[in-house]
Design a protein around this ligand. Structure first.
Ligand code: AGP
Length: 610
């Protein structure tokens, strides 16, 4: 997912654009660039690799201007090279653009421009066609030229453009890729995500909706809908602290975000409770009739969000007595699913921009399902296209490896289950109150788990060289084992594998030998005995065992080489506590292996391609 920053003000655009791009580094990128109108020409500088390589090219004080645009590129079409890096220019170098997304019909546009207008392309990218289209239609009015250009384009795009003849104006347009406008005093920003502008605008932003165009000058931001009518948009005040998108005094965003979990779990939970402990969903229009009408729920997501759905499925079925299907979004659309107006479709997504999940949501919506999304990124595409949004209040999650988003997604799953269960009368008041008590106790219990960090760091030091790690569990522990396995593999590059413990004997146990490391989750009271016998099975094949159980369940020490204890809690909420040691373990294993923890190779924070 590319990063976009545009600034228009009275001074030094360069430093603000570079600072903003650095705050978007978490999105993953392989090159960066900046364009400034200087002395009647658009000056462009680009560099492959980290932003510091670009900074080395723009150090001269002469390279600066009161406005400009910048970009960090995550290559989709064309190798990561300077030529392919953004910003892109039209042939006369009077227009510069940056783009996030994909222009699906770029080849035909390329051919048309080359054949009809002799346009010579410099890059292999789809994005470059946008600069040439705007240049072709430009007749002194950038807004008009941008509108004409996007009318020729198909695909997903956030485009930000400047024209050398209008050096006080930025024009941007959004379709299926995020854009926010930062509201300053005597300056304004446009960016692909909130952290880029947060520290400059005291949290005051405009969320740009799909098919809207924005014109920014230093004193004004005007938003137009797809029919060219001005939109009167409310200011959205972001209540994150500016430093929440900084690493603070942690070595990595991932460790900071692991430690933020007690606070954001509490925030996500308590923001949803009324003084009488009823669940507040007044911004969600699910009525009792709606809930009684549902006869099926689909939970659809990717990666860690999907793993939160694995827990959500079991919890919601238990509490609301509705069948819950769960699917990875990339598979959902290719199954013959039974979706109708009695279906509740729950999309879970931290970024709210995962194209697989967005595509599945659109498919379900088209077939009549009610769409509820659980999303972290305010105003993201998935949030906007849902009938109702249940925001996780995790704040910006910068590390590619998702941690606090997962645990706050779990909190939303419990709240949805409790709300639906109490509305449908499938849980009684005692159970509701018991569960709420268990949820309220989680922040303090997660803090207690975090106090175990040193032990987990030492555990990682003993096992970081392992090449094959298995995560096993039963029931809710099975869902958590998938998440623990993903955390380890995506930041340490160790081959790790999760499997329902009861499934081991059906083949996988053939892999077990004295080199194997098995992380065995046994937090579910009602499945504890069965888990211990699974542990014995793998131990008999020589594997090393890291067992996990609730405090007091010391029998597990007889069959495990190491034991991680989590605080006593109800089985239902154990996943929130069980995942935290696995996050920390993965972090320190990756650290021992010298991996790039916040930006693992080949990965992006949000996957906006199918
Ligand atoms: C999780 O650590 C990964 N970064 C990845 O699996 C991620 O969860 C997945 O791409 C879904 O992203 P989303 O939650 O933003 O939709």
């Amino acid at each position: 997912m590319c990063g976009i920053v545009g600034y228009v003000g009275t001074d030094h655009a360069k430093e603000k654009i570079i600072d903003g791009l650095k705050r978007l580094e978490y999105r993953g990128y392989d090159s960066a660039g900046i364009a400034l109108p200087i002395d009647g020409k658009i000056q462009v500088r680009k560099a492959v690799g980290e932003i510091k390589n670009l900074e080395a090219k723009i150090a001269s004080p002469d390279f600066d201007a009161p406005m400009g645009i910048g970009h960090t590129r995550w290559a989709t079409h064309g190798e990561p090279t300077e030529l392919n890096a953004h910003p892109h220019l039209n042939m006369e170098e009077t227009i510069a653009i940056v783009h996030n997304g994909i222009i699906e019909n770029y080849q035909e546009i390329r051919e048309w421009l080359a054949t009809e207008y002799g346009i010579v392309f410099k890059s292999e990218t789809d994005s470059e066609v946008i600069a040439h289209l705007i240049g072709l239609f430009y007749d002194g009015d950038l807004l008009e030229a941008v509108n004409k250009a996007v009318a020729e384009m198909r695909g997903a795009y956030a485009v930000v453009a400047i024209a050398v003849d209008e050096p006080d104006k930025i024009v941007a347009v959004r379709k299926d890729a995020p854009l926010v406008a930062g509201i300053g005093k005597g300056f304004n920003f446009i960016a692909s995500d909130i952290p880029a502008v947060l520290k400059y605008v005291q949290g005051n932003i405009y969320l740009i909706e799909n098919n809207e165009t924005v014109v920014l000058t230093k004193d004004d931001i005007v938003i137009y809908d797809e029919n060219g009518n001005k939109v009167d948009r409310e200011i959205y005040v972001v209540d994150w602290k500016a430093d929440s998108a900084d690493k603070a005094d942690y070595d990595h965003f991932m460790l900071k975000e692991i430690h933020e979990q007690p606070a954001v779990i509490s925030e996500t939970l308590m923001s949803r409770l009324n003084p009488d402990d009823s669940i507040r969903l007044d911004d969600i229009s699910l009525t009792k009739e709606d809930i009684d009408n549902f006869n099926k729920i689909y939970i659809v997501a990717c990666g860690t969000a999907y793993h939160a759905g694995l827990v959500g499925k079991m919890v919601i079925e238990k509490m609301a007595h509705i069948p819950v299907e769960i699917d990875v979004a990339s598979e959902f659309r290719y199954r013959d699913t039974f979706i109708d107006d009695k279906t509740l479709f729950i999309a879970i997504s931290q970024s709210g921009e995962t194209l697989d999940t967005l595509a599945a949501l659109r498919d379900a919506k088209e077939r009549g399902a009610r769409i509820l999304s659980v999303v972290n990124a305010v105003g993201s595409s998935i949030a906007r296209e849902s009938h109702d949004v249940f925001y996780t209040l995790a704040g910006p999650e910068v590390a590619v490896a998702s941690t606090k988003a997962y645990t706050t997604q779990l909190i939303c799953m419990y709240l949805i289950g409790l709300y639906m269960g109490s509305t449908r009368g499938t849980i009684d008041k005692d159970y509701y109150n018991y569960m709420l008590g268990e949820l309220k106790a989680l922040p303090e219990k997660v803090s207690r788990v975090l106090e175990n960090e040193e032990f987990l760091k030492n555990l990682a030091a003993r096992y970081y060289f392992k090449d094959n790690v298995f995560f096993i569990g039963r029931g809710l522990d099975s869902g958590v084992s998938y998440e623990g396995s993903l955390k380890l593999k995506e930041i340490s590059y160790i081959h790790s594998f999760a499997i329902a413990a009861g499934e081991l004997k059906h083949g996988t146990i053939a892999l077990m030998d004295s080199e194997s490391l098995v992380v065995a989750l046994a937090t579910q009271d009602r499945l504890y005995e069965k888990m211990v016998s699974n542990i014995v099975e793998v131990q008999a094949r020589g594997a090393r065992i890291i067992g996990m159980a609730k405090e007091g369940r010391t029998e597990i020490e007889k069959t495990s080489d190491e034991v991680i204890y989590i605080p006593q809690c109800a089985d239902e909420v154990a996943p929130v506590l069980a995942v935290v040691p696995l996050q920390i373990f993965a972090y320190y294993v990756a650290l021992e292996r010298g991996c790039n923890i916040d930006k693992p190779k080949n990965l992006a924070k949000s996957v906006t391609v199918e």
